[in-house]
Design a protein around this ligand. Structure first.
Ligand code: PEP
Ligand code: MN
Length: 378
């Protein structure tokens, strides 16, 4: 249950004490205060946690300091929509809006390899007018003998180059809490020329201690990648872990699920879940066609499967794309087979623009038809 307090209460504590006193009748209910910056004002929510089914909404609603009481499903208390329009959908970071209406493309390397490659990627992005990149300094690899990423030693020059090319945000995976500190230190020491979105990879989708670590800081937003073998509900609960620690600036990323049924693709594309996540939560939704498809195979129409998969996400209203490209994919130390060349990446961006326009036309056409129906009915 969520109790929203009235704005500008002179004595907020008085209302909170009133609520606490009333809840003495319910020993299995705890309360947690949540302060949020809403679209038009600061919002104070009192969350009731535990066995709340007997708690009477009508009693709470009568307290003078209470604006609204909402019964929410216990599952997505923080990230769920719950019909509360005071709290914003999405967030802004480094001047870029991440919400359920925007679309931002993050392109780049699977892993940071050489300075030359990183510079070429940032330059290509800049030429295309894109200021958001992906780059892994810490790589979780299936084999311990494969390249594990350069780690913290590459951060200073990656951040410096990002600043040089006007890159505002880099999506960068972290594997343990120490990596968050290393990124923060390197950014601080280099004068914060760019920003970082902390990526939780699919292999850590239920690493609850890591989820708590990214959730308990609010400097960096989080890109959460769905667990490759988890139900949607399990992955949404994992996001709830992040949010319940205090950080609600989360983007939910679909990246395909593991099954033989997806062959010959690396993973089975799960982008039909884009509208489901938008309906259930306030999170912007990202799709990653690179890790779904895993190759640069193309269909007889000439378009790469990666383009078609991305189109499925964008036509369904995705808000972010995470895609790998590399100056020399055949030389890549990680995920070369699925990495686009820079020229394929620029075709990809063009294709995304076409599909995005089609999505907007669909939404517009549907809302006009709805308006026309309502006019006839009136
Ligand atoms: C990645 O984006 O670099 C990555 C490793 O993806 P995933 O965690 O989805 O496999
Ligand atoms: Mn990769």
């Amino acid at each position: 249950m969520i109790i929203i307090l009235k704005p500008d209460l002179e004595d907020k504590e008085k209302t909170i004490t009133q609520i606490r006193n009333y809840l003495e009748n319910y020993p299995n209910v705890r309360i947690r205060l949540v302060e949020l910056q809403g679209e038009t004002r600061e919002v104070t929510e009192v969350h009731l946690i535990g066995q709340t089914h007997n708690v009477r909404m009508d009693v709470l609603e009568r307290f003078p300091g209470v604006e609204r009481v909402i019964r929410v499903s216990a599952k997505y208390r923080q990230i769920g929509r719950h019909d509360i329009d005071l709290v914003p959908v999405g967030f802004t970071y480094q001047g870029i809006t991440f919400d359920q209406d925007s679309l931002v493309i993050f392109g780049g390397l699977c892993a940071v390899e050489t300075k030359e490659y990183v510079e070429e990627i940032f330059k290509t992005l800049k030429d295309l007018g894109i200021s958001t990149a992906r780059m892994g300094a810490y790589k979780p690899r299936t084999s311990p003998y494969d390249f594990q990423g350069h780690g913290k030693k590459c951060l200073p020059w990656v951040f410096e180059l990002a600043g040089k090319y006007g890159i505002k945000v880099i999506a960068m995976e972290v594997l343990r809490d120490q990596h968050i500190e290393e990124i923060d230190k390197a950014l601080e020491e280099s004068g914060r020329p760019t920003g970082v979105m902390l990526q939780i990879g699919t292999r850590n989708a239920q690493n609850f201690e890591l989820l708590k670590a990214v959730g308990s800081q609010q400097t960096y937003p989080v890109l959460y990648k769905r667990g490759m073998g988890l139900t949607l509900e399990e992955s949404l609960n994992a996001c709830e872990y992040i949010a319940s620690e205090g950080n609600r600036n989360i983007v939910f990323c679909l990246r395909g699920v593991k099954t033989q049924l997806g062959l010959p693709h690396r993973n089975m594309v799960d982008f039909a879940h884009v509208p489901v996540i938008k309906r259930l939560t306030r999170l912007p939704v990202c799709v990653d066609p690179s890790h779904c498809i895993g190759s640069k195979d193309k269909s007889p129409d000439g378009l790469l499967d990666i383009f078609h998969a991305a189109a499925m996400g964008v036509i369904a209203g995705a808000n972010m794309l995470l895609v790998e490209f590399h100056p020399e994919p055949e030389m890549a130390w990680c995920d070369g087979p699925q990495s686009l060349t820079p020229s394929q990446f620029s075709q990809f961006v063009r294709d995304v623009q076409i599909v995005r326009q089609a999505y907007k036309t669909r939404v517009e056409t549907y809302s006009q038809a709805l308006m026309a129906e309502m006019t006839v009915a009136a």
